[in-house]
Design a binder for this molecule. Structure first.
Ligand code: CA
Length: 224
């Protein structure tokens, strides 16, 4: 899953990138609304953390623009402690949630997970598909209750496919959502990584759709 952080305060921006990367997200950063608009044009995001008070165009006006353009990625606002008016304006402009500065990393990560789950139609904290469980808080995967060891890249791909269960995702889409602009190119292609994931969680879980991509099969009999 790929996240955009829009925050002009450098220490907070870098801290958020670090926290989110350690939680296995691909993360790009922008320090102004202008910067954010440019990145949005070239990359797809699963979620945006948006500071309300930015120099120049503010966060709420930026958000209104996205919603007008039918960009429906979940948005969590970063607001000031006494900023009840901006919270109201932000929610009315189409924000999905907000968090008040200063906040604890754990609270932020829980809100991020909740929004990503909701966007994928899931309500539970763990993604469960029969005998397969993905604990997105602990970043652990279990099959029949047994811990399955995935590399960071394998986990990111599985998590992305599982959040989009039942939908065909192209190789480019997968790569776009598990990498950020400063990720190093993968030495292994998507196919190799998918085949490794299949070996670990069961072949039948990820279907190859010829010429189109891959589909995570949530309803496979093994999942009943
Ligand atoms: Ca700010």
């Amino acid at each position: 899953m790929r996240i955009l952080v829009v925050e002009d305060e450098r220490a907070l921006r870098e801290g958020l990138k670090d926290t989110l990367e350690r939680a296995s997200y691909a993360v790009d950063v922008a320090e102004s609304a202008e910067d954010a608009a440019e990145i949005m044009d070239i990359a797809p995001f699963d979620l945006v953390l948006l500071d309300v008070n930015l120099p120049g165009e503010d966060g709420i006006s930026l958000l209104k623009g996205w919603r007008r353009e039918k960009n429906d990625a979940p948005v969590i606002l970063l607001t000031a402690r006494d900023g009840w008016r901006e919270k109201v304006a932000g929610m009315d402009a189409g924000a999905d949630d907000y968090i008040t500065k200063p906040f604890h990393q754990e609270e932020l990560l829980a809100r991020v997970r909740a929004q990503l789950r909701r966007a994928g139609g899931q309500k539970e904290a763990s993604l469960r598909f029969g005998s397969l469980e993905i604990d997105t808080a602990a970043q652990r995967v279990f099959v029949d209750g047994q811990d399955v060891r995935l590399t960071a890249h394998e986990y990111r791909i599985l998590n992305y496919l599982a959040h989009n269960a039942g939908r065909v995702m192209s190789k480019n889409q997968i790569m776009d959502h598990v990498h950020d602009l400063d990720s190093e190119a993968l030495s292994n292609g998507t196919e190799v990584l998918i085949s490794r994931i299949r070996r670990k969680i069961g072949r039948e879980r990820i279907e190859t759709v010829r010429g189109l991509g891959y589909r995570f099969d949530a309803d496979h009999p093994a999942a009943a």
